[in-house]
Design a protein around this ligand. Structure first.
Ligand SMILES: Nc1nc2c(ncn2[C@@H]2O[C@H](COP(=O)(O)OP(=O)(O)OP(=O)(O)O)[C@@H](O)[C@H]2O)c(=O)[nH]1
Length: 345
């Protein structure tokens, strides 16, 4: 570990594929912040900031709205100049600047362009990347969600030798692993010891450097494990290879798309919650999240789906008369009309 960079504000980048548990991990970190002044920047794929709302409404001290900056609609990795640098400058310019900055990337973001942004002259002398925390959805990785189909890759390579993946998920997943200073094997509750050990054995040799792989349930790790890594990742870019190094980081997100589905008010959410995993499985949807409005109930029902695994809980009272809605994220070309119809029933 290098010596602490005392004059710079440390920033921790929390990355990981859609639904891996980044927001959950942040919430846990905040619950153990012990009075430290922490600012959170949340970036999301999709036009509605569900993660930001989830954090603001979690009731944990420190998660008040003024400490959370939402950068929705677009991937932080592509909007560095317009969104990210000004946000960091604004945070540092506060009368009481944060002592630590936590950045949750979108599940589809490539971390390297973001790490690189810390070398921009406007912020370089004032902030440093303390560490990149890559959160892995362990059961999804163990199921081979981020793996290529070897036959398809071989066929594609025959046609174009520069291609190395047939699965766009694999590419994002690998870039996120390659950037890591620590890898959190989250959702460890959903795998047995043997499966977790097998996943560790699979991932460890794929990491470009020796970094720790730490299992976690609900992202619950001691802040001492995740913060204070003193990695200065922006000085160490060569050790974090990306699939887009050849294009100097330039990339598209056109492998993925999202849409927002406005929901009616329901008497009961039972039928909807029964349908959602079925529709998600049928259409291979990656992520569904949002809030459901129930007749006669002041509380809103927060719904979270990753693949076909869904959870729901009443998070807080509605404070506006907005309709219930779900953000649906999948690979480009998903049948939006059919999905909407099948969810609405
Ligand atoms: N079983 C289980 N579920 C978890 C765990 N951690 C998070 N989840 C659930 O996984 C879902 C997604 O968690 P989030 O924290 O929202 O994931 P995220 O990475 O922030 O999601 P995106 O921002 O959409 O990429 C939620 O339903 C969480 O409650 C865990 O350790 N075990």
């Amino acid at each position: 570990m290098s010596a602490p960079v005392l004059d710079k504000v440390p920033a921790t980048i929390v990355t990981g594929f859609l639904g891996a548990g980044k927001t959950t991990l942040l919430r846990h970190l905040m619950s153990r912040a012990e009075g430290r002044r922490i600012a959170i920047i949340v970036n999301e794929f999709g036009s509605l900031g569900v993660d930001g709302e989830t954090l603001k409404d979690c009731g944990i001290p420190g998660c008040e709205a003024e400490n959370i900056v939402e950068l929705a609609n677009g991937c932080l990795c592509c909007t560095v100049a317009d969104d990210f640098i000004p946000t960091i400058e604004a945070l540092l310019g506060r009368p009481n600047p944060p002592e630590h900055i936590l950045i949750e990337t979108s599940g589809l973001a490539l971390p390297k362009p973001l790490i690189k942004a810390f070398n921009w002259p406007a912020i370089r002398s004032r902030v440093t990347v303390d560490g990149v925390v890559t959160v892995v959805d362990s059961p999804a990785a163990a199921e081979g969600r981020f793996a290529d189909d070897p036959e398809a890759v071989a066929a594609q390579r025959a046609a174009d030798p520069s291609l190395d993946h047939d699965n766009p998920l694999a590419e994002v997943f690998e870039d996120q692993l390659n950037a890591a200073d620590i890898v959190v094997l989250n959702k460890a509750d959903l795998l047995d010891e043997a499966a977790l050990a097998a996943l560790r054995a699979d991932l460890a040799p794929r990491l470009p450097r020796a970094v720790k792989l730490v299992p976690a349930k609900e992202g619950a790790l001691d802040p001492a494990i995740l913060l204070g890594l003193n990695a200065a990742a922006e000085d160490d870019l060569a050790a974090r290879p990306s699939h887009h190094d050849a294009e100097d980081g330039a990339h598209e997100h056109d492998d993925f798309e999202s849409f927002v589905l406005v929901l009616p008010e329901y008497d009961s959410a039972d039928e909807l919650m029964r349908r959602l995993p079925e529709v998600a499985a049928r259409h291979d949807i990656l992520r569904i999240k949002g809030f459901v409005r129930l007749k006669g109930k002041p509380m809103r029902l927060a719904v979270q789906g990753v693949g076909r695994r869904f959870r729901q809980h009443f998070d807080r009272a509605w404070t506006d008369d907005r309709d219930g809605h779900l953000v649906v994220i999948g690979q480009t070309g998903m049948d939006v009309e059919a999905i909407a119809k099948e969810i609405l029933g």
